[in-house]
Design a protein around this ligand. Structure first.
Ligand code: ZN
Length: 89
């Protein structure tokens, strides 16, 4: 399972990460609105889970396919790897 995920294109990983993060933020927002004071609604927890998952995704899969250099600290995917100089996108 993890192997197949790792074989996905780097841009696909970035898209999945962004979708999880945006989805998580929206769901958390909705959950927050329907939560009672001092008690988080289960929807808000699902949103938080999605955000955590998106962070995990970033740490696990957003790296250079050539040298494995971690790219999670960059805001936007560079065209070339800052470490090995290979083309990324
Ligand atoms: Zn590299």
């Amino acid at each position: 399972m993890k192997k197949e995920l790792q074989d996905l294109h780097l841009e696909t990983h970035v898209k999945i990460h962004t979708l999880l993060l945006l989805g998580g933020l929206i769901v958390t927002g909705i959950g927050g609105k329907i939560s009672e004071f001092g008690r988080l609604h289960v929807v808000a927890w699902i949103g938080i889970l999605l955000i955590v998952l998106s962070m995990l995704w970033r740490f696990l899969f957003i790296k250079c396919p050539h040298c494995g250099s971690k790219l999670y600290s960059v805001r936007e995917l560079p065209e070339y790897c800052p470490d090995c100089g290979e083309k990324l996108v």
